[in-house]
Structures are given as C-alpha cells and as structure tokens.
Ligand binder design. Structure first.
Ligand code: PMP
Length: 424
C-alpha cells in the first residue's frame, strides 16, 4: 500500500484508488458479517472472572456482626467503602457505596441539585433562569443525554490528552449560570485521556461565578489499565479542599467493569458536607443499599489489592483486542492523512477521527456491511459533532476474531468514505 497522503494524489490516481477500494468494500459486504462494536460492555470471558460471586457471600454477617440481609446502613458496608477508598485514594469517611449503578448516583446528585440545591446554593438550580454544564468533547454520551433529559444546557470544551482545555473552561465558568462540568479523569470515555495533576489542580482552584459549582468527577475507569503503567488519578478531593473549594468535586466509580456490569457496586466520594447532603436526600429514597451484594464483593476481593490483581486478568483478556484495533487501523490507514486514532493505555474505547465530514458516511457504510458502530456524533452534546469526524470504537465485547474482522472492515469504510469525498 502507498503511504502517499490521499490529498497529494492526482485526480486520476484518486479515481483509480476509489475503484480498488470500492471493490474491497463490495467483497466485505458479500461476506455478510454481523458484528457489533457499539457499546463498552465486558465480554463474557471477563464476566466469568467473577463467577465466584454466584456462591457468595458465604455468611450474612458483616465485620461488625450486623445482619446484611436486613435494612439499614445507608452509606454502605464499611469494608466495601474501604476498598473503594483505597482504589480511589480518598478517605474512607468520604465514601458512600450504593446500588449497582454509578450513573444512577450521578442522576440522583443532579436531580437533588435541581430540586433542593447543594449545601452552598443560593437556591435550587431549577429556580435559576438557565443552568449550564461544561462538557469536554468528545465525551460520554450518557452524560450528555442525562443533562438533556434534565433540561441542563451544554457548552462544549475540547478534551486534550491531559484533560479538558482549562483556558476554555475558565472562560465559561465566569458565567454564573454555568453550574458544573463533567470529567472522566482517567482513561476518558472515549479518548483514553488521563487528566494530569496540573489540570486537575487548576480545575479545582479556578474562580467560578457560581458559588455552588460542581465537578462531577466520574472515575469509571480508575483501575482499568491496559499496560504496566498503572496511572494514578489526580487527587480531586484533596486538591479541591486545599484550594478552598471542598464541595466542588463529587467523585463516582463502580465495579461495573470490574465484576459484573449489571450487578456490581457503585460508589460516590465527596467532602463531609456534600456527603451528608447526599445521604440526607438518599434517606428519603431508601432504607439501605444491597449490603448482601457489598459483602459478596468484599469476600471476592478481600481488599483493594485483590481488585488490582483481578484487573490484570481483565487486561490479559482485552489488551489483545485493543492491539487488534490498532493493527487494523495502522495497516490500512497510516500515512493516508485521512484518520487519526488513539492508542489508549486504559479504559474501554478507541477514539477514531476520520476525514472531516465523513464520520456519518463511515458508520453507514459499516452498517451496510454488517458492522454496527456507535452513531457518529454520539460523543457530543445532542449527538452533534460539528466536524462529523468522530467515531467511538468499543472492542471489548466481541471475541478477538470478531474484533479483527470488524476493524479490517471499518478501515476499508474509512478509506472509501474519504475517497468518495475527495473525488466528489
Ligand atoms: N461512566 C462512564 C464514563 C462510563 O463509561 C460508564 C459505562 N459505560 C458508566 C459511567 C456507567 O457506570 P455504571 O455502570 O456504574 O452506571
């Protein structure tokens, strides 16, 4: 294959190449594939790593002797909170363990801010004329759809390899209607970026016009390393407290991609004031969490090092799938000047940027060839990628051979869409 950028080819060469790549695409279509790279779900082999949970807990008493089958313990089993505190490098006193979904905890926090306001809010957010959130893009689609559902407006800032664009964030938070922002600090969905300690320190210290500005620090992939370099997350709560804004960050995590995505344990960590505020609201909605589930997770892992060892088994299963994505993209597309992609060191996604204006076409071509990709634009508020270039690839769920086949096909679609545009 030529490594001449397509933009440097003559019209005749482009037309000839279009013919060749179209033939490759027709062959791909003729294979009648049925493959899916849409959602970041653990594969069945990953779920199997936690099958011991089916026979746990072995007892119904926690360390204090309390009967976990009964009501109570609103903030979760202390042994489970200790594990999250260690993994997230926060004080156990800041942690609440809840049900299976951290997204639900984020939704609870936002609805409580809207209906009641936070500890430092002049009034409930819903009584403000307009509420806006800073959204680093590309980002997690469910963060954006949650805000849209709740009537919170979204303003985008670019996501860089060391975190959100701080200058852009600073400019936006001078507006008092900007009440918060999302961040996935470690192995961001979808770019894999890791927020540096410097960026985190600036975000926690920067002046904001809103006195009750919140950073929803969604550390869903804190321990989901793909290499030996086991990156540590910035100390959000510590940095915020040190700069006089202890209530700014609220941290979230879960074992969804550690044990079972549908039956794990979610956690929140925050300042004493925020934590008490959250638990007070929660007390009107629940008598206690599923402590049986907490206990079986505690028995499965023993401690945080047990989780870390378990994550290395996940890595062994999924790192080859990420390598297959990289191989397929680089062998077909390197040097053509029509695509850039990430080589993440953790998390669940590869971020693929194709030639501007062709992402929707790539997704359509792939679909017609039996390869399901996340809809173009889904990593942007309201599904609107202004450059129509971003595609999120999720290689964990299919088996390796399927990832290889799907990605070889995706690479063909990327090149075909680019050639169609360049010859149009
Ligand atoms: N946050 C991020 C950034 C995610 O990628 C995901 C899962 N795709 C979640 C949260 C969902 O977490 P949970 O299962 O705990 O609700």
């Amino acid at each position: 294959t030529s490594v001449t950028p397509l933009s440097a080819l003559s019209a005749d060469d482009l037309a000839a190449r279009l013919t060749t790549v179209r033939a490759a695409y027709d062959e791909l279509k003729a294979r009648g594939l049925k493959l899916d790279l849409t959602r970041g779900k653990p594969g069945a082999d990953q779920l199997d790593l936690s099958n011991a949970l089916l026979d746990l807990p072995s007892s119904y008493r926690d360390r204090s002797g309390a009967d976990v089958r009964n009501y109570g313990g609103l903030d979760g089993l202390v042994e489970m909170r200790e594990i999250f505190a260690d993994l997230l490098a926060v004080d156990v006193a800041s942690v609440v363990c809840g049900g299976n979904s951290s997204l639900t905890m984020m939704h609870q926090v936002l609805t409580a801010l809207l209906l009641k306001g936070g500890p430092d809010s002049p009034r409930p957010w819903s009584q403000e004329p307009v509420v806006k959130f800073v959204c680093p893009v590309p980002g997690y689609d469910r963060h954006f759809t949650m805000l849209a559902e709740l009537g919170i407006e979204m303003v985008s800032v670019p996501m860089h390899s060391d975190g959100p664009d701080v200058a852009a964030v600073r400019a936006l938070v001078a507006d008092p209607s900007v009440k918060g922002m999302w961040i996935v600090p470690t192995y961001a969905n979808p770019t894999g970026a890791v927020c540096s300690a410097e960026v985190a320190a600036e975000l926690m210290a920067m002046p904001t016009a809103a006195p009750d500005f919140r950073i929803l620090w969604d550390n869903a992939y804190a321990v989901h390393h793909l290499t030996d370099e086991e990156t540590k997350s910035a100390d959000a709560l510590g940095l915020a407290a040190a700069s006089g804004h202890p209530n700014r960050p609220i941290m979230f995590a879960s074992t969804s991609k550690i044990t079972w995505a549908g039956a794990g344990v979610a956690a929140l960590a925050a300042s004493p004031e925020n934590r008490a505020w959250y638990l007070e609201r929660l007390g009107f909605a629940a008598i206690g969490p599923d402590k049986v589930n907490h206990l079986r997770h505690v028995e499965l892992f023993g401690d945080a090092d047990g989780v870390r060892a378990h994550m290395r088994k996940h890595r062994d299963l999924i790192a080859p799938k990420f390598a297959a994505v990289e191989d397929a993209l680089s062998s077909r597309l390197t040097g053509l000047g029509i695509a850039e992609w990430t080589v993440p060191t953790g998390g669940y996604f590869v971020n693929l940027d194709v030639l501007d204006g062709t992402a929707s076409r790539v997704v359509q071509l792939a679909k017609e060839a039996g390869i399901a990709l996340t809809p173009a634009g889904s990593a942007f508020p309201h599904g609107n990628d202004p450059r129509d270039r971003n595609i999120r690839l999720a290689p964990t769920f299919p088996v390796l051979a399927e990832v290889e086949a799907a990605m070889a096909g995706v690479a063909v679609c990327v090149e075909l869409a680019a050639l169609e545009q360049l010859t149009a």
